[in-house]
Each structure stands twice: as C-alpha cells, then as structure tokens.
Write a protein that binds this ligand. Structure first.
Ligand SMILES: [Zn+2]
Length: 460
C-alpha cells in the first residue's frame, strides 16, 4: 500500500460542535498540521469572541492562518485561497498531513475545490462590482424592473424564468452577460456546468468530516457557550472592538456595517446598542437583550452552516466520486459528548489512517445511525441552476378580494432553495396560520379576522 503524499483532511460543521478539538486529535494521530478555515479566527486578538483554541489546547500541533492577520486588514476569500494553498503545499513538502478545519463555507470550498470550476455556490452577491457592470447598470437606470425583465425574457427566456421581476440585480446581471459577451447567460451556465461535470474539480484527494450534533442538543450547548464567553470576559473584548471601530487609525476604515473583518463576529452587532449606550439607564436592559440576540444569532448561524453543508458541500463532494480526484465525506456524531472518544475521536482517526494509506474506506452510511440518516438526505450532485423552477406560494399570494390594497399580490420564489427557505420563513408560517384560522372561522367571521391580520403582507 502506498502512502498518500498529497492528501487533504478537511473538517467542517457548525460553530461550537468541537471541530478544533477533533482537528488537533486527528493531527496528533497522523502527523498532521492544522490550517484554520474560519474567517474570524484568521485575525489576531479577540480570542473569546472568535472562539480561538489556546496554545495549551493545541498540544504542540502546529496551527496555520490562526490569528495571523492584523485586525484592521481586510482579508478576502482570495487571500485565504492563496495562503491556504501555500500552507498545504509546505505541509506536503514536510511529508506531513494538512488538516483544514473551520466553519466558513467559502474558505473550505476555496481550499478544497478549483473554485473556477465550482459554480454551485454563487458568490456574485459578495463580489464587488466591476467597471463594466457599473457602466451597464447606469445605462439601464431609466428602465423599470418590468421593462428589464421583459427584455431578458425576449433574449434569454430560460434565464428570465429564474429571476423574479423585481430582482433587478439578477436580471441586470443576466442582461449584462449577454451584452458584454454576446452569449446568453443560460448558455454560459450550461457550458460551465458541462465543463464542471467532466473536469477534476478537487485540488487534492480529500477526506471530509462533517462533525454534527443534533440541533436541540447543539442549541443548548451554544446557549451555554455564550454564557461561558461572558464569564471569560467577552464584554472586555467587545468594548475594545467597539473603541477600535471608532478609531481612524485602527478599525474605523473598515466601516461599521458588520460586513467586514472582525465586525462580523457574532455578538458585536447584537451588543452594539448596549456598547453605544454604556452610561444610560437602560444599559442593563440592553445588555440582557444583547445576550438573547446573540444566542439567537448563533443558533441561526449554525442552521445556515448545516444547510450549506447538506445542500452544497456534500453534493459537490459526492459528485467527485465519479472523477479521478475524489472527496470521501463522513459524518461524525458529536451529539453525546460523553462518548466523544469512541464516536468522534477514534472513528475519525481510524478513517484518517486508512485514507492516508490509500486503503479501502468504510461505507460512510455505516458509521452511525445519524450518519445514515443525514447522508440519505444528501443529493449525489449539486442542483443545476438550469433545473431551477419558479414557484408560486399559494399561501402567501393573494387575489384581488383577499388583498388589503385591492391589488392582486403574488409571491414567487426563484428556484428550489429559495422556495424551501420561504416555506420555513416566519412570514410564510404566519400567513399559513392566518389562512387556517380564516378557513376555520368561516365566512361570517372572515371580515373581522381579516382586519386583525392586516400586517400579513408587509414582508414581500
Ligand atoms: Zn408563503
């Protein structure tokens, strides 16, 4: 059996599930070095709000890209991609094993995959606009959303079907691609998907671990972690960050829209009202509110991470099993912390050793009941944007008679993901409840309930 010289081990999962610990345990067992793939932990300082492992916890395992960037630097995913690949290469040259660990999806993705070949995760909303796009947008400024959409509908019907009339940004983007390249956006997508299908998308043979804990158990753990962070001095760090954010020599140039660098840390946005109002009378109330909001934001973040792993990362990984360079994905169940050593640590180490020896690997579904359940729900390849359908939500859409304004009111969702998301949204659930009540109350009561439910249409 030959030893794998260019393998990559990647560990992902939600915040607070124990990824850093598992990375250290696996690295120790297989002569590995850890590369951090968490967008906040790359920054120097603020160890509590960024949940960094301590030197003692590292147990001598080298860690890379952890706390190496100055807080005032704007570190992009392109920076990460370049640095991570450099580190992976160096570690391979030392005949050691790179263990990539983190919960920032676009970091994991950019290190594992040749990003140009992976279009399943659209980053175009985050990318700054180029000169050409801006010019095109300006030239179209006089046109209404409806006019633009009609234009796209005439030129590239399949693409027009994907976008809501009022999604001006997406409609403009599709028109702009046609305008600047002379090629329809739908054709462009189809061609890149064809290329992706046959191309070797992975950079390295990869062993991917999804460290998972059941949501109710994880949520309790996350709540407790917030309380623990407070005890360890989180407010001191938040105050420091708050001060630095107002200092033009340190962090102020990053702006205060919570989208760059450390300002994205969960907690900072949530405690901003408290930090702004330190001396006022309702300080304690704002603090309590901040704690509640931080807990809620943490749980929401964990939920988004799971959605990404299940809907994007694993399908993209599964698709590689038909290609020369493969990613083998495993779920490790960290729900019961008392059996961590048996369920997580030992299983992770055993599989990592087999992987590094290029030996035959176990069927991922046989690892645990949780693994079987989660992996059964995962698609064997990413959804194609060309298969997206527009869905009308019959619950939230209203006829002329039902609508408060007297105008018919349509709720359309673009693509399956958006539809699934919508079905889980508060607004949809509220409308669903309202419709049920309406049906139960019958015609006589209808008018009264309709008056009570007038705030139903506000969101779309
Ligand atoms: Zn709905």
């Amino acid at each position: 059996m030959s030893l794998l010289r260019n393998g990559l081990i990647a560990i992902t999962g939600t915040t607070g599930v124990g990824k850093s610990q598992l990375a250290i345990e696996i690295a120790r067992a297989i002569n590995g070095e850890v590369i951090n793939a968490d967008a906040l932990q790359v920054y120097h300082g603020y160890p509590i709000i960024t949940n960094k492992v301590t030197d003692a916890e590292m147990l001598g395992v080298p860690h890379h890209l952890l706390g190496t960037v100055g807080p005032s630097t704007e570190y992009t995913v392109q920076d990460f991609e370049r640095d991570a690949l450099l580190k992976i290469n160096e570690i391979h040259q030392r005949d050691r094993v790179p263990v990539l660990v983190g919960g920032t999806n676009y970091y994991i993705q950019s290190a594992m995959f040749r990003t140009a070949l992976v279009s399943s995760i659209s980053r175009d909303s985050e990318e700054p606009q180029g000169e050409v796009e801006r010019e095109f947008e300006t030239s179209m400024a006089a046109k209404t959303n409806q006019q633009l959409w009609e234009e796209l509908k005439a030129a590239d019907p399949p693409m027009a079907e994907k976008w809501h009339v009022n999604n001006r940004r997406k409609v403009l983007r599709s028109l702009e691609i046609l305008h600047t390249t002379g090629k329809k956006h739908s054709v462009w997508v189809e061609e890149s998907e064809m290329a992706r299908k046959s191309a070797d998308t992975l950079r390295f043979p990869t062993l991917l671990f999804w460290l998972y804990a059941d949501t109710p158990v994880l949520n309790t753990r996350l709540d407790n972690r917030v309380d623990d962070m407070i005890k360890r001095g989180m407010f001191g760090e938040l105050q420091e960050l708050h001060r630095d954010m107002q200092n033009p020599d340190t962090l102020a140039p990053l702006g205060d829209d919570f989208t760059k660098g450390l300002t994205q840390a969960i907690g900072f946005r949530e405690f901003k009202p408290y930090l702004d109002a330190q001396t006022s009378d309702d300080s304690e109330k704002l603090k309590a509110q901040g704690i509640e909001n931080m807990k809620r934001a943490t749980r929401r973040y964990a939920k988004r991470q799971i959605t990404w792993i299940r809907n994007k990362l694993l399908p993209e990984s599964n698709a590689t099993l038909q290609k020369p360079t493969k990613a083998h994905a495993y779920v490790l169940d960290a729900t019961d912390l008392k059996s961590w050593d048996a369920n997580v640590k030992q299983k992770g180490i055993d599989i990592a050793r087999l992987f590094m020896k290029s030996a035959e690997l176990p069927d991922p579904k046989t690892l645990s009941g949780t693994a079987e359940k989660l992996l059964a729900e995962v698609k064997d390849k990413p959804n194609s944007i060309l298969q997206w359908k527009r869905h009308r939500c019959d619950v939230c859409s209203k006829s002329k008679d039902e609508s408060r304004s007297g105008e018919p009111y349509e709720v359309w969702l673009n693509g399956d993901d958006e539809y699934t998301q919508h079905m889980r949204s508060r607004q949809h659930k509220k409308n669903l409840k309202y419709k049920k009540r309406l049906a139960e109350a019958g015609d006589i009561q209808r008018k009264r309930i309709k008056t009570a439910g007038t705030d139903q249409e506000s969101d779309h």
